[in-house]
Design a binder for this molecule. Structure first.
Ligand SMILES: Nc1ncnc2c1ncn2[C@@H]1O[C@H](COP(=O)(O)OP(=O)(O)OP(=O)(O)O)[C@@H](O)[C@H]1O
Ligand SMILES: [Mg+2]
Length: 392
């Protein structure tokens, strides 16, 4: 059942459906006007039900603007395929380690460039941990201002600040017994870092404006796409907290350093999206694979996933050719031309031109339009040059 819920009724709605009628929400999204759109499913596995309910307790406590932040991360988590693909030795070693680490209570620090799969790994730890049936909350430290992080994380007592008309429990209370994932932990201010360190060391925390400390039993997983050691040296991140967090450091290498995974990931995402959009799985030529192997993937696996979705949705034809790739993929290959060295003896330019044109026509099965795109020239220019080359 697909429903729309206006902002004013969202809390009531969650209480009615999620807590009492035991449905759960998926494909959740919030539009600018605050309308909550979601798919309501019933008869879900109880474990999932429990996890969602506990995450939603936190959601229900938030006001409308904060809920926007939480819900987008939440729906993202729910909608993606959770399979970890890759045979690169570094990833395999990480996954072997992950199995062992997940079973413990140890704090984990996941490091890697954007899109390398830090959140996916955090979810895999949760899935394999004894706390898998307990609450799991993701706190994106970069998405909330410092003042809000403190009150959301630790909660506050009545009268702690203007507008605090009632006491509110924080995320630590909501996730007690479960796992808390600090995403982009590098963005935490130094003031919050001190408080978090105290919590990690003692299991105790002080809600804003309160005089009595509270206790919570929370497993912490943190992720960062920056070099935390450098931030420590620059005085931007506390060294003691860094040591506390990196009890088990897991490092995800960028995709450009695990080239052998490119093809596997392409196959995985092409079949995933073909299934999703009920179309035939696209195939790629060896030339396309070459280009994608050479590419530097600044957005890592997220970028590759988006490219697969783009190519599947556009459905140019079943076999994808180099000319079908977005421009930036070709631009990088062109930049590599700068590294071509002119032989000391010089070269025969017309012959070189003829040779390149021949290659382009071969690659595109003689299709002039596509060959001209590959060569970065107009069809007319290609026609003229082809004729000229033939005369040589
Ligand atoms: N090894 C993998 N196999 C399959 N999918 C993967 C893999 N790694 C990442 N992904 C997918 O790539 C996308 C980005 O992953 P994720 O959100 O975990 O990255 P991230 O490191 O947390 O990025 P950011 O730093 O930007 O938050 C997701 O769709 C995720 O499912
Ligand atoms: Mg992430």
């Amino acid at each position: 059942m697909r429903i729309k819920v206006p902002a004013s009724r969202q809390l009531q709605f969650i209480q009615d459906y999620v807590w009492h009628k035991k449905h759960y929400l998926c494909n959740t999204g919030v539009y600018r006007d605050g309308l909550l759109i979601c798919l309501l499913l019933s008869k879900v596995r109880q474990a999932l039900q429990l996890q969602l309910q506990q995450s939603l307790i936190w959601f229900a406590n938030l006001n409308k603007n904060q809920a926007l932040i939480n819900l987008s991360a939440f729906s993202k988590t729910m909608s993606l395929s959770k399979t970890i693909i890759g045979k690169d030795p570094s990833l395999k070693a990480l996954l072997r380690n992950l199995q062992r680490v997940a079973a413990t209570e140890a704090t984990v620090l996941i490091t890697g460039e954007t899109g390398t799969g830090k959140e996916l790994i955090a979810q895999a730890i949760l899935k394999n941990s004894p706390r898998s049936q307990q609450a799991f909350i993701t706190l994106n430290c970069a998405a909330l201002p410092e003042s809000l992080i403190e009150s959301e994380l630790f909660g506050y007592s009545k009268g702690a600040f203007t507008g605090a008309n009632v006491a509110k429990k924080g995320i630590l209370a909501a996730v007690d017994g479960g796992t808390l994932f600090f995403d982009e932990i590098n963005s935490l201010s130094l003031a919050i870092q001190v408080k978090l360190l105290r919590f990690i060391e003692t299991g105790e925390y002080l809600p804003v404006g309160a005089v009595k400390t509270l206790k919570a039993n929370v497993r912490i997983i943190a992720a960062t796409n920056t070099d935390l050691e450098k931030q420590v040296s620059a005085g931007q991140f506390r060294q003691d907290l860094y040591f506390r967090l990196s009890v088990v450091p897991l490092v995800l290498n960028p995709l450009r350093e695990r080239k052998e995974d490119v093809q596997l990931l392409l196959e995985h995402f092409f079949s995933y999206f073909a299934q999703k959009y009920t179309v035939r799985t696209p195939v790629i030529s060896t030339e396309v694979l070459d280009v994608l192997h050479q590419y530097s993937w600044p957005g890592n696996i997220r970028e590759l996933r988006n490219l697969c979705e783009n190519l599947t949705v556009r459905r140019i034809r079943r076999a994808i050719e180099v000319a079908d790739l977005p421009r930036e993929y070709l631009k990088q290959e062109q930049e590599s031309l700068r590294f071509i060295k002119l032989p000391k003896t010089g070269l025969d330019w017309p012959k070189l031109e003829a040779c390149v044109i021949e290659q382009a026509l071969k690659k595109t099965n003689g299709k002039c339009q596509e060959a001209s795109l590959l060569l970065g020239m107009s069809r007319d220019a290609l026609y003229y040059r082809t004729k000229r080359a033939a005369v040589l």
